[in-house]
Design a protein around this ligand. Structure first.
Ligand SMILES: [Zn+2]
Length: 257
């Protein structure tokens, strides 16, 4: 079965703020491949956690450099930052020119803004909607607010965070990826999320390298019936990229979608 991981942060650990988990990018990719994973959406930790312009720029550049090494295996996510709006738009143009349509996973910049519903984020999300980008957001109270406010924006909420799941399940422009602790460890969480969202609105994701992919794979194969596994493991993600006019992804996998 084709398996794509919609939520990873690859080997972006040369940055002193984040230690290596695996010894190299190549080793990390081989862990995914050995688990049968055929491709990953990813972005650089340095960009995700950036508080300075230097880290923000270096992190987004790093994401593109890593993508350019493995364009058939990886798909890059852009990080945006409310303080660095001009630079955010510079990188968005760069992604769009290449046909790259994914933003995130973004995490709220807690040191300055507590939540994605802070007005400082609005110009960024408006630009994403105008540019037909898919925006993957670390789940929090602000995520359903953003998806409701920008009804033409495709939001992918990350992690099965219980406080917001029911509200999010009612928002048509929102999908969920089941990366993180609740997707990989917590009892009965996939079954509950499936009951709320349905398999058509769920993406397989792990938060690798932070999490071992194996429990996610085992649980997803147990908790979704066989006729839904093709969608959650790859079909939903590929259709989403195709709908947003992405450039070729994971080799030529978009061609028959
Ligand atoms: Zn993540």
């Amino acid at each position: 079965m084709l398996i794509l991981d919609a939520h990873t942060h690859f080997a972006c650990s040369r940055w002193e703020g984040h230690k290596w988990i695996h010894n190299s990018l190549e080793e990390a990719i081989s862990v995914q491949k050995n688990n049968g994973v055929s491709g990953c959406v990813f972005c650089s930790w340095r960009a995700v956690l950036a508080d300075t312009l230097e880290d923000f720029v270096a992190g987004n550049k790093e994401t593109l450099e890593i993508y350019d090494k493995y364009p058939e295996y990886l798909y890059p996510g852009l990080i945006l930052h409310p303080v660095f709006f001009k630079e955010s738009m510079y990188f968005m143009d760069m992604f769009r020119e290449r046909g790259l349509v994914w933003v995130g996973e973004m995490i709220p910049h807690k040191k300055i803004y507590q939540e994605f519903d802070d007005p400082a984020y609005e110009p960024l999300f408006k630009a994403c909607a105008d540019n037909n980008m898919i925006v993957q957001l670390h789940n929090s109270h602000g995520v359903p607010f953003v998806a409701e406010k920008f009804s033409t924006l495709q939001v992918v909420a990350s992690h099965l965070w219980q406080d917001v799941l029911e509200r999010e399940s009612k928002i048509p422009n929102l999908m969920i990826d089941f990366s993180g602790m609740r997707g990989g460890c917590v009892s009965n969480s996939l079954t509950q999320a499936r009951a709320l969202f349905g398999a058509q609105r769920m993406l397989y994701g792990t938060d690798f390298e932070g999490y071992d992919p194996l429990p996610f794979l085992v649980r997803a194969k147990r908790d979704f019936p066989e006729n839904e596994q093709g969608d959650i493991f790859a079909g939903n993600l590929l259709r989403l990229l195709k709908k947003h006019n992405s450039c070729p992804a994971f080799g030529n996998l978009l061609d028959d979608k």
